[in-house]
Design a protein around this ligand. Structure first.
Ligand code: GLC
Length: 630
């Protein structure tokens, strides 16, 4: 059944004049979004207010969502709450604490059973793990029970409704040291959202999707510049502010940060991509497709796509971004075409294609999307891939080739192959490099990009298996005492000085610079299950389970082998908690991982086969141009 807030949203979308219809947004982005200076928004007139449906909440809070007034270019996302009826009381949390909830049942089963129970018998080790670890556990005290409890405690409410999870909730942290870890980060919420979906708790994910969608429309400015429409914020915070002209009342305001307050003013390119991925997972897990079918949600998807597919100067199908525009949100030399963004981009395109309603107005967009998918997968599979054979090929590259048929298209000088890589590349296995630019290959191994290439089927089956082979072969570098290294190896010495700007947080083998992030466990688990090698994930979970709870769920670990809790790591970091929980839940119920990964697309495979079947020497303009037409 539709809540009154949704009714309001629907009614409001319907009330929009015809020339603002979503299909037209694609052609006239400047008309699409009503905006006003960022800050608190006030309704201009009573007549207008009456057209916006409000509902009295359990806690007596009046809320009005998604209020769009085109004429006044006004957008409101606020909730008026009576001070006496605070929204933070326990009453708001009843949706979680029902004694026999689905979540309880799932956790109960998880505790009472072996963690992995695959029919093919290839998984032996984790059963022992589960038995050993849970022998002294009573129901309710297992590591996953603790994780679930902590995850519930991290929930953030807006007008009494759960809308996200706070980045970190360390009771010992206070004041300015909290920085922005008291916000709901879009990327950090993804593992939380997945955990809720797997636990059968759909409401919070649905709310998160719809609220962040409203924030997408917010005007964002950096000094005198407004970044592109369609951008999703990096994070948001709920502030309670006094209501104008009424001392006895407050209102809650959702306050987004698009990077204009973030350290380094980095643009959150990944937010919108993750939002699309979560939206699809929500539909798959809950079976509720009504959210993705809504007009405002369809418009939101299109806005993200338009922003990503917009023409620029770039010659490559990969997305061109600035440094720090993803999970690694500080300078780490990942500007250009970093793998993480490309894998998320590919995944978001595939998910969006699955969800976009066919309609005349979006034919061009869908054509552009299809063309980009093919070009992007060809580019990454062909040019980002390295294994021993390819490395040897690069080692013998000729340079300065001026022709359409150049073998060394990007003019890579063989001397760039770092000494560490010559030693490190295993006999069996391979991976996608971190970044590719003219005359530059960033050979560092970036975990999230590689794992998500498997999950999204950006990598071929052969490449996906080879990435997992490499992870096994390089276990002591990538997992060691805590999964999973964010990138390998760390930048050191002068390279660290120049590339990070001597960043004291990103010193070698710390934080983004070779630190180990437990949250990456969930992506590892989806990738392993997809490739039918769950035992790899189970082994990594076993390593994490030994200490993660005792260490109080750190954000990241330091040193080459991840022996220490990170220098400045937050404790009780929500996505460490959620990442672990999702990994556990998926090992217990591997079928559920299907709702997260993307199967390889037959159309793309066909198109790629045409490219590959043609004479490799002629893999130039003509062939590619021909195959782009769908
Ligand atoms: C750090 C991480 C970033 C994360 C944020 C909040 O800045 O690099 O990916 O979103 O913390 O946890």
């Amino acid at each position: 059944m539709m809540g009154s807030s949704e009714v309001a949203m629907h009614a409001l979308s319907g009330a929009v004049p015809a020339h603002f219809s979503p299909s037209l947004f694609a052609n006239a982005p400047h008309l699409a979004i009503p905006y006003k200076t960022r800050g608190k928004y006030r309704r201009k007139s009573r007549a207008l207010a009456a057209s916006c449906s409000t509902s009295r909440m359990r806690n007596g809070c009046l809320r009005d969502y998604g209020f769009r007034n085109i004429n006044n270019r006004l957008l409101s996302l606020k909730c008026k709450c009576q001070r006496a009826e605070s929204t933070s009381g326990d009453a708001n949390k009843t949706w979680f604490t029902e004694p026999t909830s689905k979540a309880d049942q799932i956790l109960g089963e998880l505790n009472g059973q072996k963690v992995v129970d695959f029919e093919n018998g290839s998984v032996i080790m984790p059963n022992d793990v589960s038995v050993n670890q849970s022998s002294d556990k009573t129901r309710g005290n297992s590591v996953e029970d603790v994780a679930w409890r902590l995850l519930q405690e991290s929930v953030v409410y807006y007008c009494g409704t759960p809308v996200g999870t706070i980045a970190a909730k360390d009771p010992s942290d206070s004041g300015s040291s909290v920085l922005n870890y008291d916000q709901v980060f879009i990327r950090d919420f993804i593992p939380s959202g997945m955990a809720f979906l797997l636990m059968g708790e759909y409401e919070i994910v649905r709310n998160f999707i719809l609220h962040t969608l409203q924030l997408q429309s917010w005007e964002k400015t950096m000094d005198c510049h407004s970044p592109g429409q369609g951008l999703m914020p990096a994070s948001f915070k709920i502030r309670t502010v006094p209501l104008d002209g009424d001392d006895s009342a407050t209102e809650e305001v959702l306050d987004p940060d698009f990077g204009e307050a973030a350290i380094g003013r980095v643009a959150p390119v990944d937010s919108g991509l993750w939002w699309i991925i979560l939206l699809r997972a929500y539909g798959k897990c809950s079976g509720d497709l009504s959210v993705q079918e809504r007009i405002d949600v369809q418009t939101g998807i299109k806005m993200i796509l338009k922003l990503c597919l917009a023409d620029g100067f770039d010659m490559f199908p990969t997305l061109l971004v600035t440094d720090g525009s993803c999970m690694i949100d500080r300078r780490m030399g990942i500007h250009g075409h970093p793998l993480e963004i490309q894998a998320l981009f590919y995944s978001a395109l595939v998910c969006a294609r699955e969800m976009l309603a066919p309609e005349d107005g979006s034919a061009d967009l869908i054509r552009a999307l299809n063309n980009r998918l093919i070009a992007l997968s060809f580019h990454i599979r062909e040019y980002y891939w390295v294994d021993k054979r390819k490395l040897n090929e690069i080692y013998r590259y000729k340079t300065e080739e001026y022709s359409y048929d150049a073998v060394n298209k990007f003019n890579i000088y063989p001397d760039q192959i770092s000494p560490w890589l010559v030693e490190w590349m295993p006999e069996k296995g391979g991976y996608f490099i971190g970044n590719l630019q003219p005359a530059h290959m960033d050979f560092r191994f970036f975990s999230l990009g590689n794992l998500w290439s498997i999950v999204s089927s950006l990598a071929t089956t052969h490449q996906s298996l080879a990435i997992l082979d490499l992870i096994e072969a390089k276990w002591s570098d990538l997992v060691a005492d805590m999964p999973f290294k964010i990138c390998y190896p760390a930048l050191e010495g002068q390279e660290w000085q120049i590339i990070t700007g001597s960043d004291p947080k990103n010193t070698p083998w710390s934080y983004h610079n070779g630190g180990s992030w437990p949250t990456l466990l969930w992506q590892l688990t989806v990738a392993c299950i997809k490739m039918n090698r769950p035992e790899i994930a189970a082994r990594a979970i076993e390593v994490a389970e030994k200490r993660i709870a005792a260490d109080r769920w750190p954000e990241y670990y330091d040193t080459k082998r991840a022996r220490f809790i990170g220098k400045q790591a937050r404790l009780y970091q929500t996505w460490s908690i959620a990442g672990f929980l999702v990994a556990k839940l998926l090992l217990k119920n591997p079928d559920a991982a299907r709702n997260i990964w993307n199967d390889e697309d037959a159309e793309i495979v066909n198109a790629l086969n045409i490219i590959v079947d043609s004479n490799p020497r002629k893999r130039g303009r003509k062939v590619l141009k021909k195959t782009y037409i769908i």
